[in-house]
Write a protein that binds this ligand. Structure first.
Ligand code: NAP
Ligand code: ZN
Ligand code: ZN
Length: 381
């Protein structure tokens, strides 16, 4: 490691030997919370991060947002969880040390890590900066096979996420947090922010367009803020009557209670674009009917159970389409962070200690989040 600052707690940068030469980097002990099975609550877990290599950034995690994907994964709702599972992919922390080939980051800098920590880097999608759509193998921040696991790890050891005190990540998958943004409130930008920014940009959202955001949770509230900052007329659809005032405060021009058929009908055939963030299976036709000719509804919510099939006639008439979108590439994530820095956009958060994570999951299931839980990792140190 070229440079190091003293990390808090048990973390360590590379030490100088008696001769003054840098000693080899050592694995980094980390404290975490993990799920041990789909039905057990998350609890204390300790492990080691790999010894940082020349391109690695060692990060002391300060804050980690709680995404609904963490809950889907911890409870094996997508049927692909490896246990123990340490969730967390909305990570903000301070650089402790950097490898000697690291160019972009310095110790002490505030940085972020999102949903990915590696990809093949050679396929057309990686080369285009869309690593999230890698044709070969993408390494997600948690619950992926960790090809860089510490020496001696069992084959197939999985990656561990940001519900932990330390991260070691290749600099190409580390983001810079703009100065002026509150680091805790910026953490949710690393998933909720980019997952909403990327489709809004892809479908060209701008002034003069009418955009719907479905669901006011972690993703939805970022979608409202970002679509508004892009200049669109924003309509929020919510199932929660108690969120109407918040929806307007967050930037929606209008809030529609989606269970009210009359309110929905008033918007028929009028939307250019709808971003659907709902975490549960529901009737998509109710929204497809609100799209105008050539309008698109993009699904980013990833429910455990499939949506009932939409009516094909709703698509055929008016040439409407449905699409999906997965987070965003690294370059686009930095663009989103810079956009948020410029527009002073962060998440509305409720800070929790790590020990409250199981309660937070229960509240998330009741749509009782205003509007993102963020874990203060000081609670684990
Ligand atoms: P969240 O904070 O729990 O918000 C989801 C919102 O959906 C709720 O606040 C609620 O909003 C609405 N909702 C929940 N249950 C509903 C139901 N039965 N019917 C209608 N509306 C319902 O979750 P999140 O973290 O924003 O994540 C949302 C989804 O996106 C999850 O499935 C997550 O896994 C997925 N996700 C996908 C990506 C991607 O790359 N595509 C990235 C991150 C997350 P109202 O109270 O306003 O109705
Ligand atoms: Zn997420
Ligand atoms: Zn690739």
């Amino acid at each position: 490691m070229a440079t190091a600052v003293k990390a808090k707690g048990r973390s360590a940068g590379r030490k100088l030997s008696m001769s003054g030469a840098a000693a080899p980097a050592e694995p980094i002990p980390a404290r975490a919370y993990a799920a041990r099975s789909a039905t057990s609550p998350l609890g204390d877990f300790s492990f080691v991060r790999r010894a940082p290599g020349p391109k690695d950034v060692q990060i002391e995690v300060l804050y980690c947002g709680v995404c609904h994907s963490d809950l889907h994964t911890a409870r094996n709702e997508w049927k692909m969880t490896q246990y123990p599972c340490v969730p967390g992919h909305e990570i903000v922390g301070k650089v402790v040390s950097v490898g000697k080939k690291v160019k972009k980051f310095k110790p002490g800098q505030m940085v972020g890590v999102g949903c990915m920590v590696e990809s093949c880097r050679t396929c057309p999608n990686c080369r285009a900066g869309d690593e999230q759509y890698c044709d070969n193998e993408i390494t997600f921040t948690y619950n992926s096979i960790d090809h860089k696991a510490p020496a001696g790890s069992a084959p197939g050891t999985q990656t561990y996420g940001g519900y932990s005190t330390q991260m070691v990540v290749d600099e190409d998958f580390v983001l810079s947090i703009p100065k002026g943004l509150d680091p805790a409130a910026a953490a949710p930008l690393l998933c909720a922010g980019i997952t909403t920014y990327s489709p809004l940009r892809h479908w060209g959202v701008k002034k003069g367009m009418k955009v719907g955001i479905v669901g006011l949770g972690g993703l939805g509230h970022m979608g409202v803020k970002l679509a508004r900052a892009m200049g669109a007329k924003v309509v929020l659809f919510t199932t929660s009557a108690g969120k109407v005032a918040d929806g307007k405060r967050l930037g929606a021009h209008e809030v529609v209670i989606s269970k009210n058929a009359d309110e929905m009908a008033r918007h028929a055939n009028s939307f250019d674009f709808i971003l659907n963030t709902v975490a549960a299976s529901h009737n998509l036709d109710a929204y497809i009917a609100l799209l105008k000719r050539d309008g698109n509804m993009c699904l980013v919510g990833a429910p455990e159970h499939p949506h009932p099939s939409p009516t094909v006639f709703n698509l055929i008439f008016k040439r409407r389409s449905i699409a999906g979108s997965l987070i965003g590439g690294i370059r686009e994530t930095q663009e989103m962070l810079n956009f948020c820095g410029k527009h002073k956009i962060v998440s509305d958060i409720e800070m929790i200690p790590m020990q409250k994570i199981n309660e937070a999951y229960e509240r998330m299931l009741k749509s009782d989040v205003k509007y993102r839980f963020v874990i203060d990792l000081a609670s684990l140190k």
